[in-house]
Design a protein around this ligand. Structure first.
Ligand code: IPE
Ligand code: IPE
Ligand code: MG
Length: 235
């Protein structure tokens, strides 16, 4: 493939609908969907994609039924326990963005452990967005930035858009080149609001549990055929 995105961000949507269509509970869709993360990240590495960011739980998802939220937290626990093996085998670094403070202590600890364990891996970086919201990330960034202005570490005149980027959750990761959303919905749902400013958007009707290597290849191919522009200037 000639033009491969460096960073692909994915809104993994449609787990519930996928399960319902099979007469199964929504949580079954989440279990199957969680399995696709490893498949898709492996396929991304093979295509030469360096960064994959997946939206696993939004700040708005707390409003779902308690049982569903509980099942998702259980899935994160399980995933964080087993993902190091996959990371070891695939030289995969794992990062987490979002507000961790609202998560159970053991999940926060597992997150730090996985990040430390995979910190030197560099073939592909998988970033999990958990209790993540673009507005929440910007709000937390603004709070820290305001604190630095107040304590004199930063002067108001020196604030540029790069300064703002540097206060976000993963400032060293480049902005996504391609954003994929599965299962037909065409909205951003509070994902990476700042970072998606010039990202190419790709929507597919395929539900997340059915999304695999072939679907990713199709999205990357579509991306390769786009004329990227920035301010009207071809890139
Ligand atoms: C995406 O699937 C997974 C999460 C948001 C955690 P959904 O659970 O949103 O599935 P649908 O959109 O209701 O089908
Ligand atoms: C977005 O999906 C969040 C995640 C994929 C984690 P939702 O299914 O929660 O979004 P809306 O409510 O359809 O916008
Ligand atoms: Mg959904």
């Amino acid at each position: 493939m000639d033009k491969v995105p460096e960073h692909v961000a994915i809104i993994m949507d449609g787990n519930g609908r996928w399960a319902k269509a099979r007469g199964m509970p929504r949580t079954y869709g989440h279990t199957e969907g969680a399995k696709r993360v490893a498949d898709v990240t492996r396929a991304a590495g093979e295509l030469g994609i360096k960064y994959v960011t997946v939206y696993a739980f939004s700040t708005e998802n707390w409003s779902r039924a308690e049982e569903e939220v509980g099942a998702l937290m259980k899935l994160f626990r399980g995933y964080l326990k087993t993902c190091t093996r996959d990371a070891d085998e695939n030289n995969m670094r794992i990062r987490i963005i979002g507000d961790r403070t609202r998560l159970d202590k053991d999940i926060q600890e597992a997150m730090s452990k996985v990040e430390a364990h995979t910190a030197s891996y560099n073939r592909v970086t998988l970033t999990l967005a958990i209790n993540y919201g673009g507005r929440d990330e910007l709000t937390r960034a603004v709070k820290r930035l305001a604190g630095d202005v107040r304590n004199g570490a930063l002067s108001e005149e020196d604030i540029t858009s790069e300064t703002i980027s540097s206060y976000l959750d993963a400032p060293d990761i480049p902005d996504p080149d391609l954003m994929i959303r599965t299962c037909g919905e065409q909205r951003i749902s509070n994902f990476l609001l700042w970072q998606l400013a010039y990202t190419e958007l790709y929507f597919t009707d395929v539900a997340w549990p059915d999304f695999g290597a072939e679907e990713l290849r199709r999205a990357v191919e579509a991306y390769g055929n786009r004329d990227r522009r920035f301010g009207g200037v071809k890139q």
